[in-house]
Every structure is written in C-alpha cells, then in structure tokens.
Design a protein around this ligand. Structure first.
Ligand code: 0X9
Ligand code: ZN
Length: 753
C-alpha cells in the first residue's frame, strides 16, 4: 500500500493544535525516535502523537512528542523506539527559570547571545543599534500584528542611497516556538553593525547594499511562547478563528499557490492556512514591505529545526524556473556553513527536501517578486529540537551568518552563473560535448557568454562563443583524443563587468578527461535470431507472465517501448501486454520467473556491468513480499544477490555495478533476473534491456597515433609530420599541447617489437 508520507506528515503536523493549558502542559511528555519497520507501524505510531517533530514520517526513523498514555500505547504496540528527550517539561521549565533572571549585555558584546531573549529584549537591542550608529542603522516598522504590536526591524547600509541600493532581507520567527531564529537574525545584525567599518568584507558588502533584518515576524506568537502560563511550543500567530480556535500558520498564508498541498483548511490545525491569502496581518505587512522595496535581491526566512537549506517551490514538485541559480547560491551557502562549523545542511527545493507546503513565504517572494528566496531550517537535527540549549545559540548563529554573507556576495555579482545540470568531468573521446549554463542577471544586464577551453598543459585558453536562449547559454567542448584532459571555464559579460564560473577562474577551472567506452559484452536484444538468454531456473513456479523477448505492448504497468534509442524495438518483459487490456492482463502470477544471461566477459574487473531494468508493483512502496532479485553466478549453480529491486519505478532504470564490487576474481559470469509475484493479488511487471559489460579508458596506447594497434614507422612518420604544430592532436602523445622531443621519446620507448 502506498504511503503518502508527505501528506501524512503535514496532516499530523496539522493535527498538533496544542491547547493553551496553563501550568506544565508537557509534564511527563517525551520526544521519542520511532524506528518503524512497516507501513502499519508508521500509521500506528502517527496515531499516537499530536506533535510530529520530524518533517515527515515513513518506514525508518522519525521523531515525535508523546504524552504518557501515548507512550504506553507505543510500547504496547511493540513499535521500536528510543527516548530522545526524556524530560521535555523539565527542559522547558529550566529554560524558563534561566530566562527569568535579569538580562545582561550591551551592544558590542557577544554576551547578549549567551541566552534566548524575549521580544522586549530584542526590541531594546534594535533600539541600541540605532542609537549607537544612527548613520548606519535605521529603524524599520514593518507593520502591526493582530494584537497590535509593531513588527520591528532595522536597515543597515553604508550605500550612498540606502533606499535604492540592492537590498537583502533576513527574517526570523514566522513560527513562534522557533526561538533560535530571532537570535540568528540578531546575530547577523550584530556582526554587520560591529564590522561595518572595521571588517573589510562587511564594509564592502554594506557599501554595495542595504540589509533589512526583521528578527520576529510573528511577534504575538513569540510573546505567547514566552509566557510562563502559555504554550512554549506554540507555532502560529494569535488571530482567533471562527470556530473558537486560535491562530493562522503565517507560513501557509502567503498568496502564491495558497490553499494547495501541505496546508490545512481546518482552523484548529497547526498548519492552518487562514481564511484567505494574506488574512494574517503579519503576513500582509511583510508582503507590503517586500512590494515597497523592489530592490530586494535575495532573502532568507529562518526557521528551526533540521539543518536544511531550502528554496522554491514548496507548492509543487516541479523545479522553479531559477532552480539552477538557487542551487548554485544554495551550495555556496551550504559550503560556507560547513567551513565555519563542519555542520551539514541539506540543500534542495522545499517540496522534495522537506515536504510539500503551499502558501509559504519564499514561494511568494520568489514567485511574485522575483526575489532569490531561501528558507533555512537552522540547528539541530533532533537532539534538542525547538528547545535548544543556550550554548548552541552562538555556534548556530555564526554558521548562518556566513551563509547569509555567501548569499549576499553571490547575488551582488552582476549575474548568477550556474551549471545547467551536471558539467562533465568525463568526455566521450573524439566527440564534441555540449555544455550549458544558466545565467540569471541580478544587478546587471547580460551581454554574452563564452566557453574557454584548453588542453591540460597548454598555456592559453581559446574562447568559444556561446549561443543564448531563455536564460541559458550553450556551447560545445571540441572533440578531444582519448586520454587528453580538457580544462574549461565560462565567462559571462554583463553591463557591470564580467562573471566567471567557477568563481576564481581562470585560476580555478573545471576539468574533464576524454575517454572511450570499451565494450566487452553488449546485447540490446534487437538483433534477429535466437537469443543467447534463457528463461527458467530451479524454483520457478509462475503460472503466467513468464519472461518473453518482444516488442512490448504497453500497459499501465509495462513499458510500451524498449529502452534502446531508436531504432531499438525489443526487450525482455514478463508477459506480452494485451493491447487495450487490463493492467493485470499479462503480469507475473503465481510465483517466480527467471531470465538468465549467457556467460559474460568478466576478465577485466575494472569494467562495469550495466543493465536497464523495469519494475512495477501495484503494492507500491517497499517493503512487501514481492521483489525482483538480480543475482550473479560464476558457475551457473551458486547465485549471489546483486540487488533486490523493490522500489515501484514503473520506468526504465539504469544500474551500474563495477565487476570488482562483486566478482572475487576475473572470469566469466552470468546474471539472472527473478521477477516474483508471491503475495496475493498484486500486479508485478518487469523488464530488462541493454545489458553491457564495459569500461571507460583508452582503447589504444597513446603513441599508437594511427590507432592500428601497432607502434611503428607509420606512427613515427605522422609524429614527425606534425612536429612543432598542434594540427594532429593524436601526435601530441603526452598531451602537453605541442608535438616535440618528449612525444618522440614516448613513441620510441613504446615501439612494437
Ligand atoms: O513548515 C514550515 O513552514 C517550515 N518548516 S517548520 O518546521 N519550521 O515549520 C518549512 C517551510 C518551507 N518553506 C515554505 N513552505 N515556504
Ligand atoms: Zn518554522
């Protein structure tokens, strides 16, 4: 049965509307890490919590808060779990006691960050920044909360005209309980204020831009989560709902894709989207703030926790139009964090990295305003969760400061240059390779781009103009002989200067090695004649849907086309589909059917076994009793597992396994595919196509200039004919860019006796 983990997660999150019990509402509650072994266990566990702390739940581990009775029920259900936070209420109480002591710390002083600060303390410090540096720091009033508080912020800038300079927005605390986030935003403010004239990096950034900082967007919720009698784990704002419940989730209330997936229509739920887009006054105020400042280039909306670096979309799984730019800058932010503390923050679009969530701030700020927009989920990954020890405030803030600075630097370049997909590190020898970059202008206008290439060892790069199309530039790396390394980089000319990719080029360049594919075995199953493969093995007992080699007829479960690019036609499938037939018309029934290969060349352990497989199982997500073990054997009688295919792909999937990873010694081997329908009533369909044993390398010795398998007089003649020139790349035996004495030495040394 398919487990809609994301949908499940958000509905459970949504169900966590906490009552505003006075006293010690989380007394004897614990946060547990559940190890769920099956879909049933996931569902049973989720039924036993009102407050999932992980961002999703599925087979494997996830964290959730349980009351004593819920914990007992978890134990009674025999679901494996361990206690992550045994004393949640005690921790909240200790936090409260600690924070009831009088505050300390002046403006220029890390002491302020030694513990969490309530709204009054945050606002007092904003005032202190302004008072101490009126020319540098301006107060900003974003708007008014439901309960009438001012959503406050500051602007820090050394630009000649801060109101029109390229701008950034860092905000925290859309969610009340995420106390690490105002501290993070305040720390960024703190460092910028302190370093504006003394730290060259910060001075430069502040001369070129204006930075807006809004530490507490959801001021009412934040105050509520601080009140000793209220709810430390409050998430939403404090706006009453028609049904008597309280609160809209600000991060489901923004007007881009509002009302879609991952948001609740039920007012009492923790992800309640509100009555309409921007029905929350806090969110409407933030919208107006953005709209009034079209010069905002990029923003970070800080949340906690999980250590994630997220960008749009949250409302759909499709990549956003500027996914490449978001990814490139996001990876720079991730690397900046890792350089500060070694912490890893997982990067990716919201929808696939955390969960589907519509009505979030970054979908709107990017989708409506064109701002490069990030959500960072700060520390930690579950040990403390929302109730972070105060000693973590500064380390957390320091790493996120550097993420913010990396984002600012990347965005203040006239354009963001990002690879479109993966840039190659291996080239097919003798063939040009297309490369493409995405170019997103930020402060400049893009004029053109060029690809710079040279053979490793050459001194000069040649410039190849790139052709432009909607936000991308494309060019080809010229064909290179096998074994030659090509170095390359990109230069994008903008109205305000040039941008190099990778940054620092041409000192830092990309490199790719030209290689041939040396095929030792290949069967695309398209040639006429009797196949060398056989069907059947001891233990086979399927009654229908046995492996057949056909031009497949597609069904909802089976491919319509083989995998081989045109003109390929045939592949192995488990039972030929019936045109227009039911999904289960020709699937595997009643047991196992096995497809066995002929002996394959395993003499070179540096080669890879490559195959394309199709596996579709109506039972959906693993685990279930059906699967397709893929096995290998050296003797045709003892078989060992290569992989057990359980994921319901319903698509051709390429699998590569190095022979060295499974063959103990060089020698012939076979593989077999065992499609199994073991449980009752499921539709299992499998396919196999394009099986190869191959390796990359160079077929010919470098000195075999004419590639005839011998190194002799004709190679010498070619080398001497190309002497001193680059006209015949193959004659440049050592690949250093010129044909000279060292190439001659290599040729003579390799002379075929
Ligand atoms: O669910 C959220 O709003 C965020 N996670 S949290 O645990 N802090 O509540 C993730 C927000 C992802 N961003 C958007 N959906 N825009
Ligand atoms: Zn949040």
């Amino acid at each position: 049965m398919p487990l809609p983990a994301a949908a499940l997660a958000s509905s459970v999150l949504a169900a966590s509307a906490l009552s505003s019990d006075a006293g010690r509402p989380f007394r004897d509650h614990v946060v547990v890490r559940v190890h769920a072994a099956s879909v049933r266990e996931v569902q049973a566990a989720l039924a036993l919590t009102d407050d999932l702390w992980s961002h999703g739940a599925g087979i494997g581990t996830f964290d959730m808060r349980v009351a004593p009775a819920q914990r007992k029920a978890l134990e009674a259900a025999g679901i494996r779990h361990e206690v992550l936070i045994p004393d949640l209420e005690a921790r909240i109480d200790a936090e409260h006691a600690r924070l009831s002591r009088p505050p300390e710390g002046g403006v220029a002083d890390d002491a302020w960050f030694l513990d969490f600060k309530d709204l009054a303390a945050v606002n007092a410090r904003l005032d202190a920044y302004v008072a101490a540096n009126p020319a540098l720091v301006q107060p900003v009033a974003v708007g008014t909360t439901f309960e009438g508080r001012t959503i406050r912020g500051i602007r820090i800038s050394r630009a000649a005209d801060p109101a029109s300079a390229p701008a950034f927005l860092f905000n925290g605390c859309q969610h009340a309980r995420e106390w690490a986030t105002p501290m993070t935003v305040m720390y960024i403010a703190d460092r910028l204020v302190e370093g504006a004239f003394s730290d060259p990096r910060l001075a430069d950034l502040l001369q070129r831009s204006a930075v807006y900082l809004v530490p507490v967007v959801n001021a009412d919720g934040y105050v509520h989560s601080w009140a000793s009698t209220a709810n430390r784990l409050w998430r939403k704002n404090r706006q009453p709902n028609a049904d008597g419940s309280v609160g809209t989730d600000p991060n489901r209330n923004w007007g881009y894709g509002w009302g879609g997936v991952g948001a609740s229509a039920v007012p009492g739920n923790d992800t309640y989207r509100g009555t309409a887009p921007f029905s929350s006054p806090e969110v409407a105020a933030m919208r107006d703030f953005y709209v009034a400042r079209p010069q905002i280039l990029a923003s970070i909306d800080f949340h906690s926790y999980s250590q994630l670096l997220l960008w749009p979309w949250g409302w759909t799984g499709d990549p956003c139009p500027d996914d490449a730019a978001h990814r490139a800058v996001g990876l720079a932010m991730r690397d900046a964090i890792a350089a500060v503390s070694g912490r890893s923050y997982a990067p990716g679009p919201i929808y696939s990295t955390i969960y589907p969530a519509s009505g979030g701030s970054v979908d709107w700020s990017y989708g409506d305003q064109g701002v490069l927009s990030y959500t960072i989920e700060v520390r930690d990954t579950g040990t403390y969760g929302f109730v972070m020890p105060p000693a973590e405030i500064l380390p957390n803030a320091r790493e996120n400061l550097d993420a913010a600075l990396a984002m600012m630097e990347a965005t203040l370049d006239p354009a963001i240059v990002a690879p479109n997909g993966d840039l190659p590190s291996v080239l097919a020898a003798g063939q040009p390779t297309t490369v493409s970059i995405a170019v997103t202008p930020t402060t400049g206008a893009v004029i053109g781009a060029s690809l710079r290439v040279r053979y490793a060892g050459e001194s000069a790069f040649s410039a190849i103009p790139m052709s432009a199309g909607a936000g991308t530039f494309t060019a080809s790396i010229p064909a290179a002989p096998c074994g030659r390394t090509v170095e390359y980089w990109f230069e994008v000319a903008c109205s305000e200067g040039t941008v190099a990719y990778p940054s620092g080029a041409p000192a830092a360049v990309l490199a790719a090695l030209a290689q041939e594919r040396i095929v030792r075995f290949e069967d695309t199953f398209d040639a006429a004649g009797t196949p060398a493969w056989s069907v059947g093995a001891a233990g086979d007992n399927a009654t229908a849907g046995l492996w057949v080699l056909v031009d497949p007829v597609g069904t909802a479960a089976q491919p319509e086309d083989d995998r081989t690019p045109a003109p390929g036609t045939r592949c192995w499938v488990t039972g030929q589909g019936v045109a227009g037939g039911a999904v289960g018309a020709a699937d595997v029934d009643g047991g196992i059917t096995t497809l066995v290969s002929p002996a394959l060349d395993g003499s070179d352990l540096s080669a890879e076994l490559v195959y394309w497989r199709w596996y579709s199982n109506s039972q959906g997500a693993a685990p279930n009793e059906d699967s397709m073990p893929v096995e290998w054997s050296s003797d045709g009688s003892t078989w060992s597992l290569l992989e057990d295919v359980t994921a319901n792909a319903g698509a051709w999937v390429e699998v590569r396994r190095s022979l060295a990873s499974f063959l103990p010694a060089p020698g012939a081997f076979r593989v077999r595919f065992r499609a199994r329908d073991l449980g009752a009533g499921s539709v299992v369909e499998a396919g196999v196509d394009d099986v190869r044993v191959e390796r990359t390398g160079c077929q010919h010795a470098p000195a075999d200039i004419n590639r005839d398998g011998r190194i002799d007089g004709s190679d010498l003649g070619l080398l001497l004919g190309a002497w001193g020139s680059g006209g015949l790349p193959a004659a440049d035996v050592n690949g250093d860019g010129t044909v000279n004495g060292s190439d001659l030495g290599l040729l003579l040394g390799a002379w075929t006796a």
